[in-house]
Design a protein around this ligand. Structure first.
Ligand code: ADP
Ligand code: MG
Length: 367
């Protein structure tokens, strides 16, 4: 059993066309592990400084800066490709899974900041999830002739409006799947969630794109945008090992989470379903914020008795292990570089700053 901090990385995306058209100013600077954000209303030297395990500049951002504050030649900012981000963050996830640890990786940030780009990727620019799945099966292939047998399963769900929808089936029961609590471990899970056995990278890739498609269908049916839902891909990895010591089973649950956009939903003028929706979405994210704050206070040695409000939202029930529990957890905070997003970006950096203070208690799942 060991105590481990949640690892936190921040990644800034390039300016998008709209920001370029509006001549948006750059407010983020990175230097080594430090990230600086300047308030567009104040002077540059009043920039706030944060420090994380990794600070990633976008892969093609340097040449696009309209303000010319950072140039590739004189900047020490890391140049982060999808592969680089995987090598730093994803590779360990796979290694830890083989060692029998639960792992979680989640992306946080406002809509359009690069969460899905980092997690899933677009086209040939594969993100952490596909590269990690590829790596998992390559490792399995390498050890195939040994006395170890592997079983891999995948599930994919969406939390929207406090309801859980299974993304690996076509029918979405009204009201969603119900959340149950495991009688011995105490952890929460969605009852009846489909876990599909997968035997190769192609298999798992196929399931994830099926789920991604169902996600869009679900969002359209609900007259919503997918940016308001949380998506959870879970990989169940079991190893059955035969050696001189007898039979051992190692298990690992890998949670990969693309969170809903963290921007404050303005509920002005919302009524009926819209209002309920807005409140519930805020509830999941605001509860996540409260859970993070409570855990950060506990880790900082607060003497007060602190109750962590996991039970107050579906998202935090399902992420209980990932946050403050038995899991090696990594968070990627996705950032916009532009002045117009200052408030949201500062909010994301503050959130990330609390997350890095959290300590999880991890144990090997072996018997
Ligand atoms: P989110 O999932 O947070 O709403 P996306 O991941 O869809 O945002 O990103 C929004 C847009 O920005 C996409 O067109 C994506 O290709 C682009 N983008 C995001 N991050 C990067 C990056 N690191 N490098 C290049 N393009 C990026
Ligand atoms: Mg997205």
């Amino acid at each position: 059993m060991s105590e481990e901090s949640i690892k936190v990385a921040v990644r800034v995306r390039p300016f998008n066309q709209r920001e370029k058209d509006r001549n948006a100013k750059l407010i983020i600077k990175m230097h080594g592990q430090s990230t600086f954000i300047s308030d567009p209303k104040l002077s540059q030297d009043e920039a706030k400084q944060f420090s994380f395990d990794h600070s990633y500049w976008s892969h093609d951002g340097f040449t696009e800066l309209p303000s010319g504050i950072l140039e590739p030649s004189n900047s020490s900012s890391p140049y982060a490709s999808q592969q680089k981000v995987f090598d730093d963050l994803g590779r360990d996830v796979i290694k830890n899974a083989f060692d029998g640890f639960n792992c979680s990786l989640f992306a946080y940030g406002q809509t359009g900041s690069g969460k899905s780009y980092s997690m899933i990727g677009y086209g040939a620019n594969r993100g952490i999830i596909p590269i990690a799945c590829d790596e998992l099966f390559q490792q399995i292939e390498k050890t195939k002739n040994s006395s170890t047998r592997y079983e891999v399963g995948v599930s994919m769900m969406e939390i929207y409006n406090e309801q859980v929808r299974d993304l690996l089936t076509q029918d979405f029961p009204k009201g969603g799947l119900s959340i149950r609590q495991h009688p011995t471990s105490g952890y929460f899970y969605p009852q009846g969630l489909r876990v599909v056995p997968v035997g190769s990278y192609t298999d798992i890739e196929h399931r994830i794109s099926e789920g991604t498609q169902n996600r869009t269908i679900a969002a359209t049916n609900m007259n919503a945008t997918s940016s308001r839902a949380h998506t959870l891909v879970t990989i169940y990895f079991d190893q059955f090992i035969k050696d001189v010591h007898g039979d051992t089973k190692k298990t690992s649950v890998i949670n990969l989470v693309d969170l809903a956009g963290s921007e404050r939903n303005s509920s002005t003028g919302a009524t009926g379903d819209r209002l309920k929706e807005s409140t519930n979405i805020n509830k999941s994210l605001s509860t996540l914020g409260n859970v993070i704050s409570a855990l950060a206070d506990i880790s900082s040695g607060s003497k007060r008795k602190i109750v962590v409000p996991y039970r107050e939202s579906v998202l935090t029930k399902l992420l209980q292990n990932a946050l403050g529990g038995n899991s090696k957890t990594v968070m990627i905070a996705a950032l916009s570089p532009a002045d117009v997003n200052f408030d949201e970006t500062l909010g994301t950096l503050r959130f990330a700053d609390r997350v890095k203070r959290i300590k999880n208690t991890v144990v090997v799942n072996e018997n």
